[in-house]
Structures are given as C-alpha cells and as structure tokens.
Design a protein around this ligand. Structure first.
Ligand code: ARG
Length: 462
C-alpha cells in the first residue's frame, strides 16, 4: 500500500487538516474490498453507459472511461496497480487511477452515484457469482455421494439411534441422507440468489438523484432481475449477505455432521471406513498415527461460519436508516463464509471417492448389536402376538443371546421357541441382515432396490 499527497483526498475541499494516519488505517477497507475490483469496474462501466445514453455525459467521455477502465483492469490483473490506503477503498482507488489516466471524464463517472449504492451493487454482483460457484460445487458434491451410494447400495451398516446399534441400513441409504441435505442447501442458495439479484445503483447516497437516470437499463446491463424499490433500503439492505451466511451455516452444519461420522468410522473400534492416505496426516511424535485432519478441520471451520451469521445479524440490528459506516464490516465475514464453504465443498468432492467401506467391520458391529431384534418382534406380531408382548419376548431372547455371547440368529429353534411358541423355522430368514434390509421396501426406506431407485431419482434432473 502506498500513501499519496494529502491535498489529493477525495473530500479535501471541506476539511482544514488531513485525516489522521490512525483514522485512515482504521477506516480503510481497501485491503479486503479490493477483491471486488472486477465487479466495481463492471458496475462503473454499466453506469457510464447509462449516463451517456441519457445524455448526462458525452459519448467522448464514455469512450475515455471505457479505454481508461480497460487499462486499470489490466494493471490490477497483472499486479502492477498500486493500492493506496489513503484512498480508503476499492472504489476510490479505481476512480482515482482512472482520473489520472483520462482526466476530466474520470471525474464525471461518479455523476448521479454514491459509494453507498456503488458498494451495495458491487457486493451483490460478487455474491451472485459466489452463489453460482457454490451451486456448481453442491451439484458435484451430490454426484460424488451418489457414486459412492451406488457402489454401497446393498452394503449393510448398523444404523444408530442414540449412537447405539438400532437396525440395519445400507451404507448407500445412509449416504443418501446427506444427498437430501445438500438438495435442501441448493434450494436455499437459489432462493438467496433471487433476492441478491436486484440492483441498488441509482439510490445514490440515500434519496435517489436529480439526474434523469435509467435504472432499468443498468439492471439489464448487469444481469439483475429487478431494481431495488426504495432508495433508503437499497443502500442499507444487507439481508442477502445474512441469508447467504444462514444458508452457509446450514450447509456447514451438514458437512460437520458428515465429518463427525467419518472421524468416528475411522476409529479402529468402528473401522467402518478408511480414508485415502492423501487425505490423512501423521503425528510429529506418534509414529503409528493416521489422523482424519480434513474432516476434523471441516467440523471446526463450521464454527466460524456460524459466527459470521451472528456477526452480521448483530452488525445490522442497531443501524438506523440509511447507510452507516458500520456496513463496511459486512465484507470480511461474507468473504470468509464464501471462502470457507467453497474450500470445504471442494475438499469433500475430492475426498469422497477416497473413502473405502469395510463391509466386514460393519457386519460384525451389526451382530454385536442385535440389529434384527425389531424384525423378530415384527415377525411375532405378524403371527398374531400383540406388538408389546412381542417386544417383551424378543427382549428376553436378546438377553439370553447376550449371556451366551451369540447373535439372535445363532440361537437354536428350540431355544427361540422358549420365548414364544409362535416361532417356526421360517424365523431365520427374518433374523438375517439381508432379510431385514429387503423387508423395508417402500419409498424412502433402506431396501437396496429402494436405495437404487432413490439414486436414480436424485440423478435425473427434475
Ligand atoms: N468502503 C465503504 C463500504 O465498504 C464504501 C461506502 C462508503 N460510503 C461512505 N459514505 N463512507 O461500505
């Protein structure tokens, strides 16, 4: 960052002394808002095009602005542009350089505009692109999950409630639960995009402008669906940033739950999965270690996104209309939320194909947990026993099997009949994991053929 001549300050006319160095540094945003330079230039060009079309600036001025902005963009892209904290933010830095390059036409660019509507426009353009990026990544994330779910459509896994073995499910079915979550996430981002994609420019500082501007034309040039309806709201609304953080918080919460399962499943006591070496890290002291750092860190990064949501809500709650400098604090949380969800989705997209399921460990956990006990109770109910009595009888059978250190299916028919005379040798089909899975054969349930049908539905565009 460089410093420039104090007499060059944008608002020097009104002041008798230059801004203190400390205040300049405290109030500057250029170190983080320079990320929006492409959006700033794009919005300025649309604004200038409209000004020329309305006869507010001349065609020659517009030509100069276009030529100058092209050079500014080249300088920024190639890294030779000198950003200055004296010029506070991305908007003033670009405008100043433009004016240095082309003279008076550069000074006319800001006609009928304020940084208040300019910054709101830039953030919306920036966020719109970010949402499109997240949407594409969410699609890829789902397709990686679907590939793995298809491979493991019939692989039995102990389904848990209270983290205790409950009933068999397939690993495919389990993974499809995360596909559902991701679909809802995508809906939320699409919904947020609709409200983001409205044009604040033209609101000027807060009240609109005295120039005969054409906001609808600017909206069309920039691909906005509509124009913001109230100038005070246009410059001060940051709902879209909060909505993005809310959608991101939910997405991260989902990724965090998946991370937690991966971490747990990698523990040798579970041993349900292994993660490819390229996604694990070692320990500097314990040579045997193979740590799931990536899902752990994803789980950890969830916290900062929740924090950004609360931070932005808090930023907005006390602000009177219209623009206040507080709003400058919207960018860092928003950018960090964008970066965090983008990076986390990217890493999951790479990591999921590196997951290997260990069918034997999952099956042995099922055996130890008497996962087909409900199937036995349902069997007795089908034979006429009231469900509560069946529950009681099976509870006793489980206790017996536990004392013996065996699975329910390993008890003999004679032993099983001690708990209910309704039990016949057709019971063993019910006690197997495969029988249990296949019996849950309706929309949304875990039977492998239902899992395959759900995968097909998720893959076919609706
Ligand atoms: N850097 C400012 C921001 O990020 C731009 C708008 C400043 N407007 C103003 N009146 N100071 O919000």
């Amino acid at each position: 960052m460089s410093q420039s001549d104090p007499s060059q300050y944008t608002w020097a006319g009104r002041f008798s002394e230059p801004t203190s160095e400390l205040v300049k540094r405290y109030t500057a945003s250029v170190c983080f808002d320079q990320r929006m330079w492409r959006q700033d230039i794009r919005a300025s060009l649309a604004h200038a095009t409209m000004l020329a079309r309305q006869g507010i600036i001349s065609a020659a001025d517009l030509a100069d602005i276009e030529r100058g902005m092209k050079q500014v963009a080249d300088e920024i892209a190639s890294g030779v542009f000198v950003w200055s904290v004296d010029l506070e933010d991305v908007h003033l830095n670009i405008e100043k350089r433009l004016t240095t390059l082309i003279g008076d036409a550069g000074k006319r660019l800001h006609t009928g505009r304020s940084r208040n509507d300019q910054v709101a426009t830039d953030i919306r353009l920036f966020l719109r692109d970010a949402i499109d990026g997240v949407d594409a990544l969410l699609g890829e994330f789902q397709s990686r999950l679907l590939d793995l779910a298809e491979r493991e459509a019939a692989t039995p896994l102990p389904g848990f409630t209270h983290l205790q073995v409950a009933q068999p499910v397939t690993l495919g079915h389990h993974l499809l639960a995360y596909v559902e979550m991701a679909r809802r996430d995508a809906e939320r981002f699409a919904d947020c995009r609709r409200r983001t994609n409205r044009l604040p420019l033209g609101a000027a500082a807060l009240a609109g402008t005295t120039y005969p501007i054409d906001r609808q034309y600017v909206a069309e040039l920039l691909g906005f669906d509509a124009v913001c309806g109230n100038s005070l709201d246009a410059v001060s609304d940051r709902d879209f940033a909060i909505e993005f953080c809310a959608a991101s918080a939910l997405l991260m919460m989902h990724l965090s739950r998946l991370s937690e399962e991966l971490v747990l499943w990698m523990n040798p006591r579970f041993g349900f999965i292994t993660l490819a070496d390229r996604f694990c890290t070692g320990s500097s002291i314990m040579p045997q270690k193979r740590n799931p750092d990536v899902p752990e860190l994803a789980r950890g990064k969830t916290g900062r996104v929740f924090g950004h949501l609360v931070g932005l809500l808090t930023l907005m709650k006390g602000q009177p209309l219209a623009y206040n400098k507080d709003n400058q604090e919207d960018k860092e949380p928003l950018f960090d939320a964008i970066d965090t969800v983008t990076d986390t989705l990217r890493i999951f997209i790479e990591m999921i194909p590196g997951i290997t399921a260990n069918a034997e460990s999952m099956r042995s956990a099922l055996r130890q947990g008497f996962a087909t006990a409900t199937d036995l109770a349902d069997y007795l109910t089908r034979k006429g026993l009231p469900f509560r009595d069946a529950h009681e009888a099976v509870g006793q059978a489980v206790r017996r099997a536990e004392e013996r250190g065996t699975d329910l299916a390993q008890l003999s028919l004679a032993e099983l009949r001690q708990f209910s005379p309704l039990i016949d040798d057709d019971v063993f089909a019910v006690l197997t994991v495969e029988g249990s899975l296949a019996a849950r054969d309706h929309h949304g349930a875990t039977a492998p053929r239902q899992v395959r049908a759900a995968i097909a539905r998720a893959r076919s565009p609706t």
